[in-house]
Design a protein. Sequence first.
Length: 345
Amino acid sequence: MELKNDLILRAAKGEDIDRYPVWLMRQAGRILPEYRAVRSSLSGFKELVETPERAAEVTIQPVDILGVDAAIIFSDILVVPEAMGLEYQMIEQKGPWFEKTIRSREELKLISDSFDINDRLGYVLEAIKITNRELHGRVPLIGFAGAPWTILCYMVEGKGSKTFSESRKLLYTDPALAHELLSMITKVTIQYLKAQIKAGAHMVQIFDSWAGILGTEQYAEFGLKYISLIADAIKEVPVTIFSKGAITSLGSIGKLNCNTVGLDWNMDITETRKMVGKSRTLQGNLDPCTLYSSHKEVENLTIKMLDTFTSKRHIVNLGHGVYPDVDPEKVKTFIKTVKNYELRK
Ligand code: CP3
């Protein structure tokens, strides 16, 4: 199916665009009452993720309601540890919870990196196919996976954490085990992203939500080393790497085989451009809390950000996922401001 709006792909590849493309991380859940209605008709988050027709429906909602320039498949990064053998639950108001964790060589036997992606993650691939069928090429569809380091964090910790100190502890007590686990996750992630692309994902994003809790050297060794293997393996579609909080690693990220570098709101666009260079697209990075201010202020702050862009190599987004209690009308103001912004450069 030919795409009617391919702005985001063009921006990722450094091709000409007549305005900046815009979408929001976590746009497919969280804020829309229409999403909550679908979710409450099912037993919970996991049933929604595992029911391709409904996952496709909530994937398309932000395209219809908010007017974003891309859809992102409704799923979660935690489907990968689950497929490898660690089942998770999504506990209301609390977040993810794994009954088993990997903290020793013995526990490493609980998981596998040799299985058929179609068997265990076929529901995501099916949701991608249905979504594209129903989108009729209106916008591109983004596939995604967690970066190996962030997935390791959940596998070792078994739940969310402020410090992820169990995960960081492992890097000191048994670095060889950490590397083995990261290699296994990397192998599955490459196959999984390739399967998403084959099913119809037009670009892919790697989310390294916990990149910023490691120092620069440790992030190079336990984070970027594995992201780099993934980036080298994906040649079919544009790749975005979002390493949240990894400010001192931006120069290294810019050298990876990716099209786009995702920025959180702590990162300065002008400084980042110097570190990353001109041959990568930057994605981001309005502070998600901006959307709690007035419509006028949302407009002003969005324009202020756009004014710092010095080339067409930008994809507009927030600096992290949109927060659950944000008024969708503020999101619309953000999107409208980007769409009305005159591209002078
Ligand atoms: O972007 C999208 O809207 C597409 C779907 C998507 C979800 N999770 C759905 C979801 C994506 C891209 C993710 C990525 C994800 N999941 C990340 C990386 C991005 C980031 O925010 O840093 C991480 C760390 C997770 C793990 C995860 N999933 C946590 C910690 C939680 C609980 C807290 C929270 O963020 O809501 C989830 C649950 C989750 N994943 C929900 C949604 C819509 C909320 C579930 C619900 O109550 O409906």
